[in-house]
Design a protein around this ligand. Structure first.
Ligand code: C2E
Ligand code: MG
Ligand code: MG
Ligand code: MG
Length: 282
């Protein structure tokens, strides 16, 4: 009996694995066509300055409008794009598009772009960045690149010179999803980041739970002590916002201010933020 069961399982896993591989191949084939078929779009989520109480920038977040599947979330296709090398072309497109769209915004409004580890190791990231900035004719000081700790983890010897070259151009570097990696603290001393973005997993619970609040408080103090700008991601409530206002927190980002929105909404969001009608306790 055990033997028969074993065989049944074997068949089950084999066919499940086969169909998973098939689905992946299909998605990969579609991903190869997506750039040329103009299926990508950027949405923009406000970065909100807590002292000025207004929007100070936007983060570009890529969206894939698949012809039959509908919108595929970045968490589903960015890792695949990284594996098959497509993230270099997609990343270049994102940089150019984001800089071009930001060129239409007021001078003081920054544009943050996520950069994948693969772009550091298998592409000429510096050339891509220079080209995007030149083409859009924006000041490099308006551009922020968001990188996760994995970027650095891959190969510090290769990435550090690139990070320094970017900084020399006046481009700002943010450490994204801070706190989720396993050696965050050691990375803080290996490169002078301009900003840390505290991962959204740390914000939930800060209004209800003493321990969650204590951890958030400590991370903010750490970033501040190192002279880095501190952004908290994933702020969803008025309580969370006002708690962070009493901390050395510079910026927040999250659904409470606004979810990521199409480029056409940026002007409206800026107007609402300047007239103070945004994110008032409702
Ligand atoms: P991320 O860079 O940390 O971006 C923040 C993510 O949190 C976004 O998800 C955003 O929609 C979501 N978010 C914002 N506010 C809230 C909130 O209040 N609550 C909750 N629960 N979530 C919130 P999204 O757009 O699905 O992107 C996921 C990740 O995909 C990004 O995380 C980033 O790592 C990656 N990604 C997105 N666009 C690009 C890109 O152009 N290039 C690369 N390499 N990666 C990208
Ligand atoms: Mg990001
Ligand atoms: Mg993040
Ligand atoms: Mg500070």
């Amino acid at each position: 009996r055990a033997k028969a069961d074993g065989r049944k399982h074997e068949r089950f896993f084999t066919s499940e694995m086969a169909s998973r591989i098939q689905a992946r191949h299909a998605l990969e084939a579609d991903l190869r066509l997506a750039l040329h078929s103009d299926e990508f779009e950027l949405h923009y989520q406000p970065l909100y300055d807590l002292r000025q109480q207004r929007i100070c920038g936007f983060e570009a977040l890529v969206r894939w409008n698949h012809p039959t599947r509908g919108r595929v979330p970045p968490m589903e296709f960015i890792p695949l794009a990284e594996e098959v090398g497509l993230v270099v072309d997609i990343g270049r497109w994102v940089l150019r598009k984001a800089c071009r769209e930001a060129a239409c915004w007021p001078e003081g409004i920054k544009i943050a772009v996520n950069v994948s580890a693969i772009q550091f190791t298998s592409s000429n990231l510096l050339a891509d960045v220079d080209e995007a900035i030149a083409e859009a004719a924006i000041s490099p000081a308006r551009l922020e690149l968001e990188i996760t700790e994995s970027v650095l983890m891959e190969n510090l010897d290769d990435t550090l010179p690139i990070l320094h070259a970017l900084k020399e151009r006046g481009i700002r570097i943010s450490m994204d999803d801070f706190g989720t990696g396993y050696s965050s603290l050691s990375y803080l001393s290996s490169f002078p980041f301009d900003k840390i973005k505290i991962d959204k997993s740390f914000v939930c619970g800060i209004a209800e739970n003493k321990e969650a609040y204590a951890i958030m408080h400590a991370i903010i103090l750490l970033g501040d002590a190192l002279g880095m700008r501190v952004t908290v991601e994933g702020v969803e409530t008025a309580e969370q916002k006002s708690l962070l206002e009493s901390e050395e927190c510079d910026e927040i980002q999250g659904y409470y201010i606004s979810p990521p929105a199409p480029a056409a909404d940026v002007a409206r969001l800026l107007l609402a933020s300047r007239s103070g009608s945004m994110a008032k306790a409702s």
